[in-house]
Design a protein around this ligand. Structure first.
Ligand code: FE
Ligand code: FE
Ligand code: MG
Length: 167
């Protein structure tokens, strides 16, 4: 079907769909990294950190939902097989093989920085050319910036605690 909503776009739609499928793969990997991290995490402030990790997992899944729906609107096919996720993702999946809070937080901070870079690029590519994707990318970008801050706040507090304990 010819869609006015696709015709109006003054950019390479296939290139945009590739960027969105990479973002979709990264969201699913981020979801699992947060979710499995929340199951395993141990150390100071465990309950609070576990709750934050689980909240972020839910938010990554919501991002995946928005990105997949936009790919379909653009007449693209969202990545169909989980085996593609690690191939399409630019962000590294970091298994929480050491479940200590500091390690898990650092791993997820690196993931957030990668996500921030991704949505910055999608927002820049679509700026003035695809307002719908642009709006979505800037909204998700704001969430990823908040995620990075939330995790960083825990790192700051843990460092203060360590310093206080040293006397
Ligand atoms: Fe996300
Ligand atoms: Fe995030
Ligand atoms: Mg949060």
């Amino acid at each position: 079907m010819d869609k006015k909503g696709v015709d109006i776009l003054t950019l390479d739609v296939n290139k945009l769909i590739d960027m969105l499928n990479a973002a979709l793969s990264e969201e699913w990997l981020a979801y699992y990294q947060y979710w499995i991290g929340a199951q395993l995490v141990e150390g100071p402030m465990r309950a609070e950190i576990e709750a934050e990790l689980m909240e972020h997992a839910t938010e990554e899944l919501q991002h995946a939902d928005r990105v997949a729906k936009r790919i379909i609107e653009l007449d693209g096919t969202p990545v169909l097989n989980p085996s593609e996720w690690t191939k399409l993702s630019r962000c590294k999946y970091e298994a929480p093989s050491d479940p200590y809070v500091e390690t898990v937080l650092d791993q997820n901070i690196r993931g957030e920085r990668c996500a921030i870079q991704r949505y910055q690029e999608i927002a820049a590519y679509t700026d003035g050319k695809d307002y719908v994707t642009h709006t979505m990318a800037t909204e998700i970008l704001a969430d990823e910036v908040e995620h990075e801050k939330d995790l960083n706040d825990f790192v700051v507090d843990i460092n203060r605690l360590k310093k206080a304990l040293k006397g």
